[in-house]
Structure formats: structure tokens, C-alpha cells
Design a protein around this ligand. Structure first.
Ligand code: CP
Length: 324
């Protein structure tokens, strides 16, 4: 076997450790153990190498079924799957039989009958990937469900932090903005807490729910408490499409108090890693000057998304994985 096959490199370098992965699906990071999360990190580290490893998934068909818009997640799943030699079928929900009233379950079972090896789903309703995983005998990957989880975003954020800081344990990680409506916040808090980071959240009280404390995060009451000595600042998008209204006095007021700009970022550590899952609302939650500045890791996050999704596809579909 060619020495650059991802499966061969993983087998040589990680040996039996891949056996801890027994999952058919990836639904959320709340379900994963610290060891499972670290396994994804290690495989993504191998996938990220130059020259990149290749072809493990020839003959597999990865279907993306997105009921909400996406640029990064859908495209990087496609790039990752193709890099591993899989075929990719992107279902355009707007021109599919969903528009004739076909149910989600019937759509998924139809795709399975056509030969899908795996379905990556994004849906506005929390719990849809879990529901599909119970209906189908093929892997289901959550590409973001409502306000619940976005596990591959959480994993690529973690990978980016490890790449920059060499560790997670003991870091001060601040998540700032619209926490209440963010599936990215949930996936990040689960993963970071399991790996021993000190997770802080900051935003308007109407957008910072108390339940984050039960997940292990600390709620900050002032910019000083939030930003001082932060190792990582992860800025979240204002999820206007999920808000019911009346949660902030005005967008202008929100930006004045909570937008991450040079003044706030200067309280963090000099080598702070500034992150944003994208898409950004420039001038609302993040000042373009810092988004494009020297501490920004935002495009690295996007780049790392491909390697992390290669690792996930390998674990779910590859010869070393649960379905291999
Ligand atoms: N971060 C993220 O999920 O981006 P997309 O909506 O572009 O996929």
C-alpha cells in the first residue's frame, strides 16, 4: 500500500488507538469522550501534512443534504471527501423533491437506496441528525442542527487552538457574542471543558443563558473580566435569523458594547488567537481591523476544517474506522 495513504499513516502512527472509535455517527461533542476528541485531533494532524495523504474512500458516496445555507461546512466536506477519493453528491434542497412535500425521512431513505454511504446533514431544527441516525444504517454527520451542535466546527476550532498554543488544558478561552442561539458555542464549550480549558462567555445578558454554567463555562459581567489575559477569543455571529426580536436595544448599541475591536483585544495576551467560525458580520460582532489583523486565525480555521472533516470521514467510513 502507498505510504501516503491516510489509513496506512494512521495505522503506523496510532496503531490500536483508533479502536476506541466505535461510533456509526457524529451527532455532537457532548457525546464524545476526551480520548475520542483527541483521536480526531491526531488523525486531522496527519491529514493536514504536506504532501497530503490520499485515497482511502474510493467507492464511497458522501451525500451532503443542507436545509440551511452554508459556504464553509458544505464545501470543506466536499473537498475532504474528494481528497480521500470518495464521490460527493450535493443535494440542492431548493430544487429537490423536498419542494413537493417529501419528508426528511423519505428523502434520506431515498438517498440511501440510491447508494449513499454517508449523509452530512444541516437543518434548522435541533435533533434532526439524531433522528436520521436512528432511521438509517449508514453514518450520519451533523453539519449543524438548529441551536444544538455543530460538532465539526467545534473540532476544527479545537484543532486551531492546539496548532497555535500546543495545548488546551489551562488556557483561558473566551467565547463572545450571541451564545444563546449558537450551536458553535455548545460544541466549543463541550470540547474545551472536556480538555481542561477555562471557558468564559461574554455577551448581552439576554443572549447568555445560565445553562452555560452547567456545561462548565463562567459568565463574565464586564469586558475587563472577559478579555483580560485571554489566550483565545472566539467571536460568534449574531444569529439574527434565530432571534425572536427584543433581545438587544439596537444593533448599533450591541456593537458599541460587545463588538470585538482593538481596545478590547488589547486586554488579552499579546499572542491571543482571534477566532470566528464565520460567516462574519463585519462591524457588528467583529471590527474588520482585528478580523484582518495580525492575531486573526480565522482563515486558518477554514483551512483546518478540511483536515478535521477528512479525519471524521476516515473514522466513520475508512478501513480503520467503525464502518471499514
Ligand atoms: N461556520 C460555518 O458553519 O459556516 P457555514 O455556514 O458557511 O458552513
Amino acid at each position: 500500500m502507498d505510504s501516503r495513504y491516510l489509513g496506512k499513516l494512521v495505522e503506523e502512527e496510532l496503531g490500536d488507538r483508533t479502536r476506541i472509535w466505535k461510533r456509526k455517527d457524529l451527532i455532537g461533542l457532548g457525546d464524545l469522550s476526551k480520548d475520542e476528541i483527541m483521536l480526531v485531533m491526531e488523525i486531522a494532524g496527519i491529514a493536514r501534512r504536506e504532501p497530503p495523504p490520499f485515497v482511502d474512500l474510493s467507492g464511497k458516496k458522501v451525500v451532503t443534504l443542507f436545509y440551511e445555507p452554508s459556504t464553509r461546512t458544505r464545501t470543506s466536506f466536499e473537498v475532504a471527501a474528494k481528497a480521500l477519493g470518495a464521490e460527493v453528491i450535493n443535494i440542492a434542497v431548493e430544487t429537490s423533491s423536498v419542494q413537493k412535500g417529501e419528508s426528511l425521512g423519505d428523502t434520506a431513505k431515498t438517498l440511501r437506496a440510491i447508494g449513499a454511504s454517508c449523509i452530512v446533514i444541516r437543518h434548522r431544527v435541533s435533533g434532526v441528525p439524531h433522528m436520521l441516525s436512528k432511521m438509517l444504517d449508514i453514518p450520519v454527520i451533523n453539519g449543524g442542527d438548529g441551536m444544538h451542535e455543530h460538532p465539526t466546527q467545534g473540532l476544527l476550532d479545537l484543532f486551531t487552538i492546539i496548532q497555535h498554543k500546543g495545548k488546551v488544558e489551562g488556557l483561558k478561552v473566551l467565547i463572545v457574542g450571541d451564545i444563546a442561539h449558537s450551536r458553535v458555542a455548545r460544541s466549543n464549550i463541550w470540547a474545551l471543558s472536556k480538555l481542561g480549558a477555562n471557558v468564559f462567555v461574554f455577551g448581552p445578558p439576554t443572549l447568555v443563558p445560565k445553562w452555560v454554567e452547567r456545561m462548565g463555562a463562567k459568565i463574565c459581567r464586564s469586558p475587563e473580566e472577559a478579555f483580560r489575559d485571554a489566550d483565545v477569543v472566539n467571536v460568534l455571529r449574531m444569529q439574527f435569523e434565530r432571534q425572536r426580536g427584543g433581545l438587544i436595544p439596537s444593533v448599533k448599541e450591541f456593537s458599541r458594547l460587545f463588538m470585538v475591536d482593538e481596545e478590547k483585544l488589547s486586554m488579552a495576551k499579546e499572542d491571543v488567537c482571534l477566532m470566528h467560525p464565520g460567516p462574519m458580520n463585519r462591524g457588528i460582532e467583529i471590527d474588520p481591523a482585528v478580523a484582518d489583523g495580525r492575531r486573526s486565525c480565522i482563515l486558518e480555521q477554514v483551512e483546518n476544517g478540511v483536515a478535521v472533516r477528512m479525519a471524521v470521514l476516515y473514522l466513520l467510513l475508512g478501513e480503520g474506522g467503525a464502518r471499514g
